[in-house]
Design a protein around this ligand. Structure first.
Ligand code: HEC
Length: 147
């Protein structure tokens, strides 16, 4: 077991990093308040974007594998960095899912909030997310790309 752990340190999964303003289109289209924008950065982007802010312990296998698998898994559906590639229907649907996930306190993942205490979402923030989702979905349902 110890040998396996040591061997794992020599191989590290490719990191998910994309510098710059990778969620620019998402922010522009959905126009979240500065507070919500900061919340998505702290609580969601590590798993649902092309840029993960890796904690120092990511350099320790097998934690790096665990984080890597979460990121890979997640980007399949909701990836805030490729918002421009989604159809209006998909955007509308994802906003609905985002609302459900935060209302049911399923996101961010509980294990993640243990490691990132500041990623927890307060009730007040949930209310703010619901209002933001409602407002943004109307725009997508009208079939308009917000400017
Ligand atoms: C630690 C990684 C992690 C963080 C942080 C995280 N998620 Fe997720 N998210 C996941 C995983 C894993 C799933 C798949 C869950 C499942 O299938 O049971 C998921 C699923 C979802 C889904 C369902 C659609 C999909 O992509 O499958 C939505 C919507 C979602 N998350 C939104 C959010 C939002 C909003 C935040 C921030 C408030 C967030 N997530 C934070 C890992 C994460």
């Amino acid at each position: 077991m110890v040998l396996i752990l040591i061997a794992m340190q020599f191989y590290s999964p490719t990191k998910n990093i994309s510098p710059g303003n990778h969620t620019q289109i998402f922010i522009k289209e959905t126009n979240p308040s500065p507070n919500l924008k900061a919340l998505f950065e702290t609580s969601c982007y590590d798993c649902h974007s092309n840029n993960t802010v890796y904690p120092w312990y990511n350099n320790i296998a097998p934690i790096s594998y665990w984080i890597d698998s979460h990121v890979k898994d997640r980007k399949k559906n909701l990836n805030f960095s490729v918002w421009q590639n989604y159809s209006l229907d998909k955007k509308d649907h994802l906003l609905d899912e985002i609302e459900k996930m935060v209302v049911q306190a399923e996101m961010p993942l509980t294990e993640y909030t243990y490691l990132h205490g500041n990623s927890k979402i307060t009730d007040k923030e949930v209310v703010e997310i619901i209002a933001w989702v409602k407002q943004t979905r109307i725009i997508y349902q009208l079939g308009k790309q917000p400017k």
